[in-house]
Design a protein around this ligand. Structure first.
Ligand SMILES: [Zn+2]
Ligand SMILES: [Zn+2]
Length: 146
């Protein structure tokens, strides 16, 4: 391989890393936006729930809050998934106690000292690679995770 070839292949590799980084960053931005949107929606639903409860109590009617509660549960589920994806992308976990961002692999939170619950891992059925729970494809062999 000539020096020129070496140089240009090295440059391509750097280019690929930068492209992947840019992708990660735009994905992070997208997830952060989605999280903010869903948090706003949740706040809105909580307000509605409070208002409906208050009105029912005031009129002495039985309160019917099932629908609202169900809606908030759905939003909570979405928020949990979005937060999980964002954390995986950033290589961090959130402290269950104080919510601080903690580097992956930490055993204790540097902010509050709480013990960090380790994210559950799953194994690829084909090659046995260890994967983050929620992975959709194996990072070693590309098999779809059921
Ligand atoms: Zn903490
Ligand atoms: Zn695999």
């Amino acid at each position: 391989m000539s020096i020129i070839d070496k140089l240009s292949s090295g440059m391509n590799e750097a280019g690929n890393t930068i492209t992947q980084k840019a992708k990660d960053i735009s994905e992070q931005t997208r997830l952060t936006g989605e999280i903010a949107k869903n948090k706003a929606r949740r706040e809105e639903e909580i307000k509605k729930l409070g208002e409906a409860y208050y009105q029912a109590r005031r009129k002495n009617e039985p309160e019917n809050l099932e629908e609202s509660v169900h809606e908030i549960e759905l939003i909570d589920g979405i928020l949990e998934k979005l937060t999980e994806s964002l954390c995986r992308l950033k290589g961090i976990i959130l402290c269950g106690q104080c919510g601080s961002e903690v580097p992956k692999g930490s055993l204790f939170c540097p902010s509050c000292g709480a013990q960090i619950k380790q994210p559950s891992v799953i194994r690829c059925g084909k090659c046995g690679a260890q994967l983050d729970a929620g992975s959709r494809f194996c990072i070693q062999c590309g098999t779809k995770i059921e």
